[in-house]
Design a protein around this ligand. Structure first.
Ligand SMILES: C[S@@+](CC[C@H](N)C(=O)[O-])C[C@H]1O[C@@H](n2cnc3c(N)ncnc32)[C@H](O)[C@@H]1O
Length: 482
């Protein structure tokens, strides 16, 4: 490496190297700007190469320009572009507080650059007559101007192309790399994965510490898995229910408490009152068969439809406020829509009376007086029976109004079905709401007033009383035939 005192081109940020420089937080930028102003630019030199590209000091250069001060320059020259790049990486690693993500990303890039350098040297030795293996892979990198986000493109899922894996293991184990970055090997693996799969925006947020790497890693992995599953579905490679649930990481619970509290982003569009997909998955597994036609008359964000698609059930979705193209506008007060009359199974997740009246709007059953709201359930019981529906799953909590006359208990909904006479309960599964909805404020208020909040919610599975079974067929009571 030699140094020179002149630069023959205008000073400017390097298009690739500037992506390596993690951004300063506004307060860090302000502090640096203050210091440079106080010292009238007499600050660490901006390091440039002979082409005028900044190698170290992008922020100093920008601040000096803003302040109208001429910065100090130092010109550095390297034997190769890759060595120059290593200098840029090291300068960034040596400086100030970096987020764990930014530091780990730089360590990985440094390692990759060393590998490229090694290959380049071997290739040159090869050209000089020494027998070495083919080194085509490095052709793209010879200039050394590798975008930080492209630098990982040649890697496989496990991080590196197979032959590189061998070299990297001999040079540095994942453990050593993690130690150098001051992170765990698990974190290192996640960062490696993210450098390859995350979007530019996601990476930028991670470098700035605005996002958590694990949650982005988890989301991308889940999306990837879903993509693989969708491909299998398209190719007709059917998984059975248990295999599908396991691929989706959704537990199947062969007992009558299903406490799934979290909304699963993989299913449905976000919508007030979304149901956790785990409840729908278990319902389909225990109470329907592959190929069944499921009706969701109040589909909201479409969670039921999305789960049905993955589990090989057909689904017809309706809602008074359809939010997606596959949800058809229909008011259940008018009865079952014609197209859904041959459904095998109904998954019914109605508004919990007034709880989200504002969100669902004036046409919603939430806006009805209590007697009319309850009549919707009685009419639906009749309508579902008349249309040959065999089973209905109704998800409902107790409702507590402002005064006790407004209360509606789960048993009252059941009574509406029994009133019609065609339905009996097959199973009752407790699906409690998330404890997270009980805030510290709620607890304090409830303790003060000595009143109970509510978490209870049940999934009632009705079957038609006259639903016949073959002599040989055991009635399904929700026990999975394994
Ligand atoms: C609890 S949300 C359903 C949420 C849905 N299961 C999901 O996971 O996204 C209840 C739904 O009932 C719909 N709804 C209310 N009154 C209706 C009516 N009269 N006819 C059809 N849908 C109605 C609301 O628009 C709302 O989407």
């Amino acid at each position: 490496m030699t140094q020179d005192s002149y630069v023959n081109l205008p000073i400017r940020p390097h298009p690739e190297y500037s992506t390596i420089v993690p951004p300063l937080k506004p307060e860090e930028y302000e502090t640096l700007s203050d210091s440079i102003r106080r010292n009238n630019g007499n600050w660490d030199a901006v390091v440039v190469n002979k082409e005028g590209f900044i190698l170290d000091g992008n922020h100093r250069y920008k601040i000096c320009n803003e302040l109208g001060i001429e910065p100090n320059y130092e010109v550095k020259e390297f034997n190769s572009a890759l060595e120059e790049k290593l200098f840029v990486i090291d300068s960034n690693l040596a400086r100030r507080q970096l987020t764990d993500y930014a530091r780990t990303e730089l360590i990985l890039l440094k390692k990759q650059t060393y590998l490229d350098l090694g290959k380049k040297n071997m290739s040159e030795a090869g050209k000089a007559g020494v027998a070495i293996r083919d080194s085509n892979n490095i052709a793209d990198n010879e200039e050394g101007f590798i975008n930080i986000d492209k630098a990982f493109d040649t890697r496989t899922d496990s991080g590196y192309a197979a032959d590189e894996q061998i070299s990297i293991n001999t040079i540095n184990t994942q453990k050593e790399l993690a130690d150098e970055a001051g992170v765990s090997t698990g974190f290192l693996y996640e960062v490696e994965y993210l450098t390859k799969h995350a979007t530019q925006e996601q990476k930028q947020e991670l470098r700035e510490g605005k996002a958590k790497s694990h949650s982005i890693f988890r989301d991308i992995r889940q999306q990837e898995k879903l993509g693989i599953l969708d491909k299998k579905i398209e190719q007709g490679t059917a998984l059975n229910d248990l295999e599908m649930a396991s691929s989706l990481n959704i537990s199947i619970r062969p007992y009558d408490v299903w406490n799934y509290s979290e909304i699963d982003e993989r299913f449905g569009q976000r919508y007030p009152g979304n149901i956790p997909a785990g409840i729908v998955v278990n319902t389909l597994v225990f109470f329907t068969e592959p190929g069944d036609l499921v009706l969701d008359p109040m589909a909201g964000g479409g969670v039921v439809g999305d789960v049905c698609r993955r589990f090989g059930r057909k689904c017809l979705m309706y809602d008074i406020n359809p939010v997606r193209e596959d949800i058809i506008k229909h008011d259940l007060k008018q009865g079952i829509p014609k197209g859904a009359k041959n459904a095998d199974f109904v998954f019914w997740d109605p508004p919990y009376y007034k709880i989200k009246e504002q969100e669902y709007g004036p046409q919603s059953i939430s806006a009805l007086p209590k007697s009319e709201y309850m009549k919707v359930f009685e009419d639906a019981a009749e309508c579902f029976a008349e249309n040959g529906i065999k089973k209905i799953a109704l998800l409902m909590p107790d409702y507590y109004g402002k005064n006790p006359d407004e209360n509606i208990f789960i048993d009252e909904y059941i009574a509406q079905f029994k009133k019609y006479g065609e339905w009996r309960i097959l199973r009752r599964v407790h699906c409690p709401l998330a404890t997270q909805q009980i805030t510290a404020y709620t607890i304090a208020t409830r303790l003060k007033t000595k009143t109970l909040s509510w978490l209870a919610r049940d999934l009632i599975i009705f079957e038609r009383v006259n639903e016949y079974y073959n002599e040989s067929e055991m009635p399904r009571t929700g026990a999975l035939a394994l």
